[in-house]
Design a protein around this ligand. Structure first.
Ligand code: UDP
Length: 390
């Protein structure tokens, strides 16, 4: 087949668009981006709800944060950011506590007024034999970090809903995402830079793709051989950056990796404010959803939002089938073996580069996906096309 693209990018999420943008702007390459969905941006896509005009993150809340200076500089080329700082609360047995676990959570939970050192000593005694550096899985790490009572209240059942996997089978890193603080600081993220795109995620993503050398074709399934830009026709003809699920690429030859998917239920309510905050987690098993998002609170600066209506979205988690959108790699020991087998197959795919959360089977945040795309561009793609390296 005659190609008029120098590079094909499969998937228009942050990883794919970063590669496309760099290749077009820095190397002047012609880039064709294909995506199975009818919109750009992967799971970061957002849209205005038709009834309220409130920006809804269709695939769940996306909060941008990073401490990497080069990533922050890069993303600011395409959007400016509000000064939003993410905070999360959790409902346990009908009482609301602040997250991540901090001195406020500890004192509220134990009905106490401990200072930082007293709280540290209490948690250490409740952690029993577990310690953070030796923790081999999520459960051991969780108990080591916050002690058994808080683990059982805030982590155990939420994790059971979110992963439906024995917490001793889950990697300890999943819980490392959540800091524990012996102060009253309840910012969810520790990063230097944080904010939401002033004009929304879709505007940011579109700005990345806005270049005469970048063509984005939507509704194109890379595995559908009835259309021209399919795996069989293009691999070997032109370098490919593939950001879809790695097991799907190899037609599940080494078995299915486990992925979690999410279901969302949206509801417009005839009130100005439902929960007073953007994300409320539900820690207990008797509530079937993991959290409720209320999108107006992500943009308190938007004066145009209605004051008599609000939109909420309940989030439910389950194992993904092949037909579902994968969201989270589960990463059990069995999955890690499978992933190694796929990495072996990947080495045989000349000029196909795997990236992003789905392509690497790694729980990457947006800033990590962008950072790893910038490195892949610099270290692998740029030298391949005769550009600068390193
Ligand atoms: N977690 C939990 N209780 C909570 C919030 C998080 O047990 O109230 C655990 C859970 O295992 C979850 C992980 O911490 O999967 C990471 O949470 P985070 O909010 O960072 O996940 P994301 O927003 O990416 O789904």
């Amino acid at each position: 087949m005659q190609m008029n693209a120098d590079l094909i990018v499969v998937g228009s999420g942050f990883f794919g668009l970063t590669i496309a943008e760099r290749a077009a702007n820095e190397l002047g390459l012609k880039v064709l981006v294909v995506d199975r969905r009818d919109h750009i941006g992967g799971n970061a896509y957002s849209e205005a709800d038709p009834e309220t005009g409130i920006e809804v993150h269709r695939y769940g809340a996306h909060l941008f944060h990073t401490s990497v200076e080069s990533v922050w500089q890069y993303v600011n080329r395409f959007t400016s950011f509000t000064n939003y700082q993410h905070k999360v609360y959790t409902n346990h047995k009908g009482v609301v506590y602040p997250l991540p676990i901090n001195l406020g959570t500890i004192n509220q939970f134990f009905g106490a007024a401990y200072g930082p050192d007293e709280a540290r000593a209490l948690i250490a005694s409740q952690a029993g034999e577990f310690n953070v550096s030796d923790a081999r899985n999520l459960e051991e790490k969780g108990i080591a970090l916050i002690g058994r009572p808080l683990y059982e209240a805030f982590i155990r059942d939420y994790t059971a809903k979110q992963w439906q996997t024995d917490p001793t089978e889950l990697p300890a890193e999943v819980i490392s995402r959540l800091p524990v603080r012996y102060t009253y600081d309840n910012r969810y993220f520790n990063d230097t830079y944080e904010g939401l795109p002033v004009k929304g995620y879709t505007n940011w993503l579109e700005n990345m793709a806005d270049h005469p050398n970048i063509e984005v074709k939507l509704g194109v399934d890379f595995f559908d051989e009835s259309q021209p830009i399919n795996k069989k026709a293009v691999v070997g003809q032109v370098p490919i950056v593939y950001t879809g699920a790695i097991d799907r690429y190899f037609d599940y030859a080494e078995g299915e990796l486990s992925w979690r998917t999410l279901d969302f239920e949206r509801e417009v309510l005839p009130i100005g404010d439902f929960q007073g905050t953007s994300v409320m987690n539900y820690a207990d098993r008797d509530v079937p959803y993991t959290r409720i998002h209320e999108f107006r609170h992500f943009h308190p600066e938007r004066r145009e939002y209605p004051t008599d209506k609000t939109i909420i979205m309940r989030e439910f988690s389950r194992f993904a089938t092949r037909e579902d959108e994968p969201y989270y790699p589960v990463n059990t020991p069995g999955d890690r073996d499978g992933l190694l087998a796929y990495r072996g197959l990947q080495d045989g795919e000349k000029n196909v580069f795997f990236g992003g959360r789905l392509g690497t089977y790694k729980y990457l945040d947006m800033h990590m996906a962008i950072g790893s795309a910038l490195s892949m561009f610099r270290n692998k793609l740029s030298p391949l096309f005769g550009g600068p390296e390193g």
